[in-house]
Design a protein around this ligand. Structure first.
Ligand SMILES: O=C(O)CCC(=O)C(=O)O
Ligand SMILES: [Fe+2]
Length: 355
């Protein structure tokens, strides 16, 4: 039974995997070319948020607009989240993954044979049988506070709950500041996106743990995809792994200890009627373990999202059909994620024919 299988980290640490099993293999064309991954001729743009509430605002709004149009991915520095908090969060989460399997298993998400688990500690998360990622995960709903299932939060450290709560609040503040800049970049009122999702919003934390891999060139930590939500903030550890697709080329995002990677999700692509793009990205693995902490902001499940009418004017037609977030997630997991020929296959279902 899949639910009784131990996680990947457990298999690796107990020396049960000298080679990569078949269902973790990716096709030849989707493999990482290790000979060229480190020579990034192009680097992911960095947005410096210093002075953004003052004299640098117009410049930053302009920069955000162009990176959201051209990349859908960028890094932020001087973002207001304290480095000690980021480090504490990484340290305490890492301690969770270092616990004995029996301890972690207490909050294990169970696969019920049909629906893949959405919360807790798991492997093969969100994927169909026969198609696995070289990673384990911890996923928790964090905002609104009423959505928290504290019984699934790790209890290995007395301070962990407080650290995670503080981290989530800080992530939320940063998301909200970035949403203001995105709104302005689209020519909308500063508070447009924040008002649009007031009371119709949720936040989820996802920790990706990539165990050391015996054959990193034949598998993938996380197969190519775009994120299905509004915005994602990623905190990487010091081991490289994250890659973004730009003009058909995979670009490795250099880990920086006090920066966040910001990722435009599919919901922003839909809201902006395709002006802003959600970028395909993936994570490769190596002989070293790696951990990334992603925070997702997303609409509440019943919220219907479609192109913002104010943006369309009289000439432009909506390119995407409006759809509730829960329906969108269903199509993401069952038609797109990790199985479609392109990492953005799930968005194609929403495209309205323009002829
Ligand atoms: O591990 C990473 O850096 C990427 C994580 C990611 O893309 C995701 O969690 O959706
Ligand atoms: Fe992602």
């Amino acid at each position: 039974m899949p639910s009784e299988r131990v996680t990947l980290q457990e298999l690796v640490e107990n020396g049960h995997l000298d080679t990569v099993p078949d269902d973790y293999l990716v096709s030849e064309q989707d493999r990482v070319k290790f000979e060229d991954y480190s020579c990034d001729a192009r680097e992911l743009p960095v947005i410096d948020m210093v002075g953004v509430e003052g004299e640098r605002r117009d410049l930053v709004v302009q920069q955000i607009r162009s990176v959201c149009e051209e990349w859908g991915f960028f890094q932020v520095k001087n973002h207001g989240v304290s480095l000690p908090l980021m480090k504490r969060m990484q340290q305490e989460i890492r301690e969770f993954f270092d616990l004995p399997y029996e301890e972690k298993n207490k909050i294990r998400a169970r696969f019920d044979g049909h629906v893949l688990p959405d919360e807790g500690y798991s492997d093969r998360f969100g994927l169909k049988e026969g198609s696995a990622n070289w990673s384990d995960r911890l996923r928790l709903y964090t905002l609104p506070a009423s959505s928290r299932r504290y019984e699934l939060w790790p209890k290995h450290s007395p301070s962990f709950r407080e650290t995670l709560e503080e981290y989530c609040e800080e992530q939320d503040k940063l998301m909200s500041r970035i949403s203001e800049l995105i709104s302005e970049g689209l020519g909308l009122e500063t508070s447009y996106l924040n008002d649009y999702f007031a009371g119709k919003y949720q936040q989820q934390l996802q920790v990706n743990y990539y165990p050391p891999c015996p054959q990193p060139d034949v598998t993938m930590g996380l197969r190519k995809h775009s994120d299905n939500n509004l915005l994602t903030l990623i905190l990487q550890d010091s081991t490289p792994g994250l890659q973004v697709k730009k003009d058909g080329q995979w670009i490795t995002v250099k880990p920086m200890e006090d920066w966040f990677v910001v990722n435009v999700g599919d919901q922003i692509e839909i809201l902006s009627n395709g002006r802003y793009t959600s970028a395909e990205h993936r994570a490769f693995v190596s002989s070293k373990p790696r951990m990334s902490i992603a925070t997702f902001s997303m609409p509440s499940n019943e919220t219907v999202v479609g192109p913002i009418l104010e943006l369309l004017g009289t000439e432009e037609q909506p390119k995407y059909r409006a759809i509730s977030f829960s329906e969108f997630k269903d199509s993401f997991y069952y038609t797109g994620w990790a199985t479609a020929p392109t990492g953005k296959g799930h968005l194609k279902h929403l495209l309205i024919s323009q002829d």
